[in-house]
Design a binder for this molecule. Structure first.
Ligand code: ADP
Length: 425
């Protein structure tokens, strides 16, 4: 993608009111456009229904613990408070999950059958998809072909797509990829120093993930700072169960911490982040097979491996009670965030803002404080009081800090809706 094309793309996405210059019939259809979003994770489906032009969220929710003995379905509508339903007979798989969600839509008289477009998140777009795409046979085949690189997520996304296609065959569907935003990385940032032949044979390179979230906060930062996207240098810090940091120069992503898979980079809830690859060859020599290694790396490491839980509320509580493992895990977690902010600061030069987002980034002031500790010499300074009382969206830097520090909510569903809307406008 050419730089200008990329800039145009981000600018368009940023301006929800860009339709104002359109002809009136187009304006009308945009105003009425209903967009239904499904964001499937390995054991969850987040969902939302928007009236696009007015950015009205008609319904938003989350179905969690798919595949467990009992699943939790929570949602709210534009006119009613939050509902939380425990599905005591569980929800076996994503196909069943979609069926349960559609029942809720029906109940709330917000039938997705009236949507103009249905959008799905797909984790891996490889190097092929730099933008959202309308779903067709080729896209579907691509998602299938990429299963080896996204073994838990792509089957879940395909199950959602199939189920929706059965219910609403006449409604166009679109997919938004979590890797697209990172396709602008220069080769020296995406290439691993492995023999070229091996990288080529196995499509080994940095793809990066969480792109939809990084893009969502980039656009929000532009509007918060009243600066065009293509003039912003940002370090966006997504700390959720998964965690990643992106370096964004003039609105373009130039580096990111997740790699070939979401295992690389920061310490996460249950993943270790950066490791010496020699550790894995050692374990392989000791008889660990591929499945045991994958389970250990994806489910048993990170904060859970360090201190027994990946729930930050519990970890903070344990630290308060003097638990040394919890304290060390938090120090290690923040040290890795801090180290990355330092290196990305070098990569992109004067940084306009650090942006914290994700469940931990938005809610845990202790983590934010520790992650930017000692950066005054780089003109990055937090206001402790603002940090302690932060409620996203807000700023938490001191008045002397040249680099601003923001806490912004990651809104992946709205970001997906706005990217997909561009396809049919
Ligand atoms: P995901 O990556 O699964 O989307 P989220 O961004 O929702 O995850 O973040 C989930 C994490 O955020 C959980 O591990 C939880 O510990 C943490 N978290 C969420 N809300 C809070 C809170 N109010 N206080 C402390 N931690 C929180």
């Amino acid at each position: 993608m050419q730089l200008q094309e990329a800039l145009g793309y981000f600018m368009i996405g940023c301006l929800h009111d860009a339709f104002d210059n359109d002809n009136s019939s187009k304006k009308n259809s945009v105003r009425k456009m209903l967009i239904q979003v499904f964001n499937a994770g390995s054991s969850s489906i987040k969902f939302a229904l928007y009236q696009h032009q007015s950015k009205l969220e008609l319904l938003k929710g989350n179905l969690e613990k798919i595949g467990e003995a009992s699943s939790i379905l929570s949602y709210q509508t534009s006119s009613s408070p939050s509902h939380k339903i425990e599905l005591s007979d569980g929800c076996q798989n994503h196909k069943e999950g979609i069926q349960k969600i559609l029942e809720i839509f029906d109940q709330e008289k917000n039938n997705p059958g009236s949507a103009d477009l249905i959008v799905h998140r797909v984790v891996h777009g490889g190097t092929k998809y730099r933008h959202a795409a309308l779903l067709d046979l080729e896209v579907k085949q691509f998602i299938r072909d990429m299963i080896p690189l996204a073994r838990t997520h792509h089957p879940a996304s395909l199950a959602c797509i199939e189920e929706i296609s059965e219910h609403f065959p006449e409604i166009p569907q679109a997919v938004v990829f979590d890797t697209s935003f990172h396709q602008t990385l220069p080769e020296y940032a995406w290439r691993y120093a492995l023999p070229r032949k091996i990288s080529d044979q196995y499509a080994i390179r940095r793809y990066g993930f969480h792109g939809i979230s990084h893009q969502s906060v980039l656009k929000q930062a532009a509007s918060f700072l009243k600066t065009p996207v293509n003039k912003l240098n940002l370090i966006t810090i997504h700390l959720g169960n998964g965690a990643s940091i992106s370096a964004i120069k003039k609105g373009i992503c130039v580096d990111t911490t997740m790699g070939m898979t979401p295992l690389e980079g920061l310490v996460m809830g249950t993943r270790p982040g950066d490791l010496d690859p020699g550790i894995l060859t050692l374990l392989a020599r000791e008889g660990w097979n591929q499945e045991a290694l994958e389970t250990m790396l994806n489910q048993d490491s990170g904060m859970k491996g360090l201190c027994g839980t990946n729930d930050f509320r519990e970890i903070l509580q344990n630290k308060e009670e003097g638990n040394e493992e919890a304290e060390m895990a938090l120090e290690l977690y923040c040290y890795r965030v801090r180290k990355t902010i330092g290196s990305f600061n070098t990569v992109i030069g004067p940084v306009d803002a650090l942006v914290f987002t994700g469940g931990v980034g938005e809610n845990v002031s202790w983590v934010r404080k520790r992650s930017v500790r000692g950066m005054e010499w780089m003109n990055i300074q937090l206001d402790p009081d603002m940090n302690d009382h932060a409620e996203a969206p807000c700023a938490i830097h001191s008045k002397d800090s040249q680099t601003k520090i923001l806490v912004l909510p990651s809104d992946e569903e709205w970001e997906m809706a706005s990217q997909a809307a561009e396809l049919i406008l």
